[in-house]
Ligand binder design. Structure first.
Ligand SMILES: [Zn+2]
Ligand SMILES: [Zn+2]
Length: 239
């Protein structure tokens, strides 16, 4: 299993452009790929239909050489070469062109999709649409840059958070990242972020410098003081 990255993509702009993008992302397509058959213990070609994919990297950029795409990467390459993703196997194409190894499109037989759309809703004269999807290992910056270049008058904001705690946010316009912030750690309690996992200096267990959240060592004085503080909301009210 990969480490998952939870992505939220907010796109804002004029109504015609937003409508066009929503249609493009939801365009139906077929994908033939190798599927492991447990009864025959071999790969068989499986045709998956995405009748309403919601959001799909495939609909941003898809391979032109389908035969190469259905193949596997050259496993004899040294690691530095393999990491350049130069070939056109599905693994190399996806990592190079999308920035992640799997698509997030919702297939016809997927009953519990993690990819979903909210909106579009009006914001003044603009429309705003939000997409939620999970990617393997990394945020799909490369795919969103391409989508942004295709819709130069829309502002895209990608927020991403990896399951072990790192994450960030990138604003993309006309195919270019115009601002990006990243963090190595985020508090589950108050959303405070830090570059490195913050520790209590006394016991060296995790502790949020903003709200005190963390797993304390039972004997740690610092943590005992923190845990005797009134709840955060109350501190605010008294201040
Ligand atoms: Zn401590
Ligand atoms: Zn906190």
């Amino acid at each position: 299993m990969p480490n998952w990255v939870f992505n939220g993509l907010t796109i804002e702009g004029n109504p015609e452009s937003i409508t066009k993008l929503v249609e493009q992302m939801n365009s139906p397509f077929h994908m033939v790929h190798d599927s492991w058959d447990t009864t025959t213990q071999s790969y068989t070609k499986k045709d998956t239909f995405y009748s309403s994919p919601i959001f799909s990297f495939w609909n941003i950029i898809k391979p032109t050489d389908m035969e190469a795409y259905q193949g596997q990467p050259d496993h004899s390459l040294p690691i530095e070469e393999a990491m350049k993703y130069k070939g056109d196997s599905w693994y190399e194409f996806n990592n190079r062109e999308w920035g992640t190894k799997w698509d997030v499109a919702v297939s016809e037989d997927n009953k519990y999709p993690e990819t979903y759309m909210e909106g579009p809703v009006a914001n003044g004269d603009n429309l705003v649409v939000y997409y939620n999807f999970n990617t393997a290992w990394s945020p799909p910056i490369a795919a969103i840059e391409k989508l942004s270049a295709q819709h130069p008058n829309l502002l895209m904001t990608l927020s991403y958070e990896e399951e072990t705690g790192w994450g960030g946010e990138a604003e993309i316009l006309r195919g270019i990242i115009i601002s990006q912030s990243e963090y190595g750690w985020k508090c589950r309690e108050c959303d405070h972020t830090e570059e490195e996992t913050p520790y209590c200096e006394e016991c060296e267990y995790d502790m949020c410098p903003s709200c005190g959240w963390g797993e304390p060592d039972e004997k740690c004085q610092t943590h005992m003081v923190e845990s005797e503080l009134p709840p955060k909301v109350q501190v605010k009210e008294n201040a």
